[in-house]
Design a protein around this ligand. Structure first.
Ligand SMILES: [Zn+2]
Length: 77
């Protein structure tokens, strides 16, 4: 599990989530994963793209139809 820090594309708040290779389809990179910003206010889904080392390439507000998993953000570790 890798801890990631980024910003929510919807509300621009800092978000934290944990991801591992089994959360993505490793046949093609960058690979999408859904991230749900769970803070009781935003709670919106976005799509993050990561490379083979699970580094974030980019993110989008749109829900793409190809991610194989949906992750919830976590409270600040
Ligand atoms: Zn948000």
């Amino acid at each position: 599990m890798v801890l990631k820090v980024s910003n929510c594309p919807h509300c621009d708040s800092k978000i934290f989530f944990r991801i591992e290779l089994s959360d993505i389809n490793t046949e093609k990179f960058p690979a999408p994963v859904y991230i749900v910003h769970k803070n009781g206010i935003c709670d919106q889904l976005s799509t993050f793209y990561v490379d083979s080392k699970l580094r974030i390439s980019y993110s989008t507000k749109e829900k793409k139809e190809v991610a194989i998993n949906s992750l919830h953000t976590i409270d600040k570790p």
